[in-house]
Design a protein around this ligand. Sequence first.
Ligand code: CAA
Length: 460
Amino acid sequence: MAAGIDDMSIYIPKLYVDTEDFAEARDVDIDKMRKGLGIYQMAIVDNNQDPACLAANAAYKIMKRNDIQPKDVGRLYISTESSFDESKAMNAYVVGMLEQVYGPDTFEHCGGVETKFACVSGSYALYDNLNWIRAGEADSQYALVVVSDIAKYDLGSSGEMTQGAGAVAMLLNDEPRLLTFDRKVTATSISDEYDFYRPFGKDTPIVHGQYSNLLYLMQVRKALELYKTKVISTGLIKPSPDESILDYIDYLNMHLPYSAMGRKALAYLLRHEWRNLPRWGPMIEKIGMAEPIAKTPGTIETILANPDFIKDDSKFNRLLMETDEFNDMYEEKLSSSLIASKMIGNLYTASLYLGFRSSLEYEHKKGIDLAGKRIGFGSYGSGSSAMVFSGVITEEYLDIVSHMELESDIANRRRLTLEEYEMLHRGLMPADESLLSGKDEFILTDVDKSNSERRYAFNS
Ligand code: CAA
């Protein structure tokens, strides 16, 4: 049975910090943020919002647009790494909010959990729900998977310039109008790591930035190797000896903690994919230096302990990224997926899917017919695990993609002053105040000081 994404919606908070203000306040070179990391604006949540509100707003949007009633939804999963409760799952909060609009107990039948594995958990939730549909359990109902996060780092830390917030809701079924996932090729990689983690009680993560960057690349590459074995053994893709698997992926979507990470990941994957192909010799000539090879064993520890290798390796990557071959591939397969991230920032679990939506919208706007195009996904979650999988755009995709309009989704945003941003970040605003009213949205109205119970309302 086929299974895939029927429609998707996004919800982005209406406050943002501009890198111009941020770079000046933190005395960071703005070129580092804009050219080095690819960040122009970072979405920030208001005082009356939490990740459950963001998720409920994205879910409500998709249900309203498709005229879907609660009885049509069999499973509601929320994936997040911004959880505020160690026991009560975020989908329960979201059900509570949606029932304020659709009526009491209207979601009573609807199963689901909150899933956690840093930024990759949304991909696991997607996979599990696709298999629920493929197993014939859905009985004509949809699965609704919502990825929702607030990427918040310590003030003054190097991670602070890679913040953001938002949610993406994905409606899954067996007759998807947007994308059908390829079966039996989903590949995973996992290891016990401390690159980025958030112990109980902390509201910001502990981050080893460069370690996390390298781990992301190595982990996604391992998953890609397994994906390759699977697509070849299932016969889904039949590359000849002088071809790479990436030649058969029309568009690539990578996890985007910041937009430039997508470009770095493409260079890393291409390099490993092309290394043993006839095209590599002419590439090395163009690059003009031999490829640095890590001493064995090429583990993350031996690589990070060798600054000379890292220096040579960055130089090689930089030269590789200047070649026409790399830039053609970048423009053709990846660049459109980075546009939204530049304007919104890191959405943790939702970053990959915001990138997918961005790619669809901006490739469609170029006038390209997307039907039949194969989309590759490279998902990464710290701690750490990667997932690589793929799908094909359906013939009906225009019904969905022609409505996508990022500019209107993030219209009328308010640019925060650094003072306002820091006040929100430190939680200094009185609980009953917010900068915006949150009209036509779910908002957090109260957190009871005595028992931490949260109250929400739809602010019509
Ligand atoms: N002009 C142009 N480019 C400049 C520049 C300038 N003036 N100054 C610096 N740059 C470039 C650098 O050369 C570098 O480019 P390369 O990556 O191509 O080498 C880039 O800007 C960033 O500079 P640094 O590496 O020196 O930046 P940093 O070490 O201060 O911080 C960071 C970068 C490690 C990503 C940090 O922001 C961080 O810790 N972020 C949070 C963790 C994170 O996002 N990790 C990503 C992988 S883990 C993950 O993906 C899970 C998740 O969602 C968090």
